[in-house]
Design a protein around this ligand. Structure first.
Ligand code: MGD
Ligand code: MGD
Ligand code: MO
Length: 743
């Protein structure tokens, strides 16, 4: 992206081919070999795979010149996904943000179009930026109370330090509003916790033993490719792969069977399967008696006509014979494993859907066999010392002398435009790009445009959110900072060593908040902890599965498997007996008294989405992620844009030709997509990947879209039934031909 004005001063510290020349010189023998070293780093992007990355560093040039997946890492197995294989394009991008910026007086927030956005800012020193921020936060706190300050962060990095350590200490001590981090996984988390009391699943390596693998709302090729080699090995051993997804992903194309159900109908499908399993006597009575709670109540619910295959077929759009055969195949495969991912829980009924899917192996006893069960997340297995890193007790030292209020991040538009007592007067964004990723974008942007809102954004690029900032601060990438990390798709604790010094003046989250704390006059010694101190604190864990996982060992070994309990054969078999469940009943709960007490249905039930599906908005939109980006990350990198361009193209609305024909729309036509929250302009395409009634488009940077509007213009702030999560896949729209042609 071309950057005019002061772009040269702010970016371009590195000529794009500088490192390449160094490597060439080295390999030609003209430069000393000793300038190259290999550093074991860890990809900290928000992905289940958490790969080991080998960075070849030219130490003389302070530059990573080559990266590769670590062949010694049991999950990474020597290869990187397409986007991270090209990560250096991002690290050394010409538009990388290298210095702090301040909004020029009189330039309204978000006013400049793409390509001119840098003109809104002037370069300032870190010292000036930090003083300004400290001063303004103090002012806002004095005038409106500290709860009028809202931190907004998610998972730009999932390293323990970068995700939540010094930042949390800072906002706790300040007394700022707390953020409920619901935008991704909170419905699924609440769902699995309600059934199992914790979240564990089979090791990804054990998938090779499965005979039936179900990818349920799980885009393996796009989102977590490192499970795929294990799936392939299982298939070579005779396993079948079934994909349950309303969209025909690449994984679905490669599967033995694709069940393209209607979005948001997973509860009905899972309960329809239960109906068949119980009707045909395929349940594991011994396991149910020993390990579960509330079986009779569940049976009474699923054995009604409401969940018979014929009715399930009407709801899901999958025919009754297929459902019956699939349920039987699932219950009789020894073992069957479900890779349940987060796609299922991004609808109003999504928490319940995840609950129902999680119950299936409780009916069949699949947990008893190596490679059986359901894998949603492995993150609960890690025992990093979050309390020590984040110090919630500091809230007592804030002016509030109590825990501050909590704001749900999935309702940022509401928080910035409607919240009172007090309204939000300062927004501090890091590890996230809410102007693009948060739902109900028009309200989010309306809020961010407020002149009485002071906004700070810490990021590596001038994101959509940065366009609304008063102060922008440069952040490092994972090669440029130290951290320790777990994973949500495997069971290895990892150390990520800084491979190079940060580009330009980029500084880590830890550094930023420790500096700010001092300027705010926070005297507590915890604000002087270094990254090394914090890494040791993170690893100071009493959790038995962390036994022997020390800083020194991680330094030497880079990654260490958690000390999981294993049977005599060395197998990790979570939930194989009653000792594993952490629920109130101590069993796997079909019936949840805990939910009942919250006034919720203790049993799963299919509830259709409340989003209007009347004549005015009959199409269901899947507001999906890009296979070659990471949420909005990479959306501005030319190589990564090109990969998405080659996949389906950019700025497209995928439609079924039948829905298009009914609206007089042809391939390539400019279309307007709209609902009561807003509208955007895309081009229609027929990729064959969506069913009639469903349309799909992808998340990216708003300012790179033809009309400057992002997909979240259309999504709503309605929350999921459990966990207060976002409902990105429960959106209804109407589509019509636009007069204008977009190229
Ligand atoms: N390349 C790439 N990788 C990523 C990310 C990315 O943006 N790009 N994002 C990362 C993040 S933050 C996360 S949380 C994980 C998420 O990884 P996944 O859990 O796989 O989540 P999604 O991509 O949201 O959804 C998965 C699939 O669910 C489908 N889906 C939508 N609605 C429904 C429904 O009602 N029922 C069913 N059964 N399926 C449905 C979608 O079409 C999609 O193909 O991936 C991570 N990895
Ligand atoms: N329509 C639609 N919307 C969605 C989704 C969807 O599927 N569809 N997915 C949702 C999901 S699952 C998620 S998880 C969210 C993700 O939403 P976000 O967490 O906002 O994810 P990204 O868009 O990747 O933005 C992360 C930002 O953090 C920055 N960053 C990286 N490392 C650091 C660091 O060390 N320090 C600082 N300060 N910044 C850093 C990156 O440069 C990047 O701009 O989006 C949600 N929004
Ligand atoms: Mo996510």
């Amino acid at each position: 992206m071309p950057l005019p004005g002061n772009a040269a001063a702010v970016t371009a510290a590195f000529a794009p081919d500088e490192g390449g020349a160094q490597v060439a010189a080295t390999s030609a023998g003209t430069a000393p070999q000793s300038t190259l070293k290999t550093v074991r780093s860890t990809c900290s992007l928000d992905c289940p795979d958490s790969c080991g990355v080998l960075a070849t560093v030219d130490t003389a040039a302070n530059r990573v010149v080559r990266i590769a997946g670590d062949p010694a890492h049991p999950i990474t197995r020597g290869f990187l996904c397409g986007k991270v294989a090209r990560f250096l394009d991002r690290v050394y991008a010409p538009d990388r943000l290298l210095y702090p910026l301040r909004r020029r007086a009189g330039v309204p927030k978000g006013a400049l179009t793409h390509g001119r956005e840098l003109e809104a800012f002037e370069r300032v020193s870190w010292d000036e930026a930090l003083s300004t921020i400290a001063h303004r936060l103090q002012q806002v706190s004095d005038e409106h109370g500290p709860e009028s300050i809202l931190p907004y962060s998610y998972a730009g990095t999932i390293g323990q330090l970068g995700y939540g350590s010094m930042d949390r200490r800072f906002f706790h001590r300040l007394g700022a509003s707390q953020l409920d981090r619901t935008i991704c996984a909170s419905a699924g988390t609440a769902a699995m916790n309600s059934v199992y009391g914790t979240r564990l699943g089979p090791e990804p390596q054990s998938f090779v033993h499965a005979k039936l693998i179900v990818a349920w709302g799980a885009n393996l090729h796009g989102n977590s490719i490192h499970l795929w080699p294990f799936v392939e090995q299982a298939r070579r051993n005779g396993a079948r792969l079934v994909v349950i997804d309303p969209y025909q992903t690449k994984t679905a194309q490669l599967a033995d069977q694709h069940l393209a159900l209607r979005p948001g109908t997973d509860t009905a499908l899972a309960m329809g399967m239960m109906h068949v399993i119980l009707r045909d006597g395929l349940e594991d009575r011994g396991y149910i008696a020993e390990c579960t709670h509330g079986f009779e109540a569940l049976r009474d619910r699923v054995m009604t006509a409401e969940y018979a295959p014929e009715r399930t077929a009407e709801i899901t759009g999958i025919n009754a014979e297929t459902i019956t055969a699939f349920a039987r195949a699932y219950a009789t495969a020894v073992p069957a494993v479900i890779r349940l991912n987060y796609g299922v829980q991004r609808t109003d009924n999504g928490g319940t859907a995840a609950r129902a899917v999680c119950m299936l192996p409780l009916l069949t006893g699949a947990w008893r066999r190596h490679g059986g069960g359901v894998l949603l997340s492995t993150s609960a297995a890690f025992g990093f010392n979050a309390a020590k890193l984040q110090m919630p007790e500091l809230m007592q030292k804030s002016p509030l002398h109590r825990a501050a209020r909590t704001v749900n991040m999935s309702q940022l538009g509401h928080a910035l435009t409607k919240l009172a007592d007090p309204p939000v007067h300062a927004l501090f964004v890091y590890n996230s790009n809410p102007a693009a990723v948060a739902p109900n974008q028009n309200d989010v942007l309306r809020g961010m445009r407020r002149t009485d809102l002071f906004t700070v954004v810490h990021d590596s690029f001038l994101t959509d959110t940065a366009d609304y900032a008063d102060i922008v601060l440069p952040a490092p990438t994972f090669f440029e900072q130290d951290d320790v990390q777990g994973a949500y798709g495997h069971y290895f604790a990892q150390l990520s060593r800084r491979a190079v010094d940060p580009s330009g003046e980029a500084r880590s989250n830890v550094w930023l908040f420790s500096q700010l704390a001092r300027r705010m006059g926070f005297e507590e010694p915890c604000f002087r902890d270094t990254e090394d101190d914090l890494m040791r604190q993170a690893l100071d864990s009493a959790h038995p599965w962390h036994a022997g996982i020390t800083y020194e060992r991680l330094q030497a070994e880079a990654r260490i498997p958690l000390v999981l309990p294993r049977n005599e054969q060395g197998e990790f078999l979570p939930f194989s007996d009653a000792s594993w469940f952490k629920t109130r009943s101590g069993k796997g709960e079909f019936f949840s008294e805990a939910l009942q007490q919250q006034g919720l249905d203790p049993l799963p039930a299919y509830v259709p989405t409340p989003e209007r599906a009347d004549n005015t908005q009959p199409l269901r939109l899947l507001a999906r992620k890009a296979d070659h980006w990471m949420n909005s990350t990479f959306a501005n990198v030319p190589r990564h844009r090109q990969m998405e361009e080659e996949r389906i193209g950019l700025g497209l609305l995928e439609m079924h030709p039948r829905d298009a024909a009914a609206r007089g729309i042809a391939q390539g036509d400019a279309v307007g997509v709209r609902n009561e929250r807003g509208s955007l302009q895309l081009r229609a395409t027929f990729t064959g990947r969506v069913q009639p009634g469903t349309v799909a488009a992808t998340l990216g940077w708003n300012k790179l879209a033809a009309d400057g509007n992002g997909i979240n213009t259309l999504t709503s702030e309605r929350l999921t039934d459990l966990g207060g999560g976002a409902t990105f896949y429960a959106v209804n729209v109407e589509v019509s031909r636009a007069n204008k042609h977009y190229s």
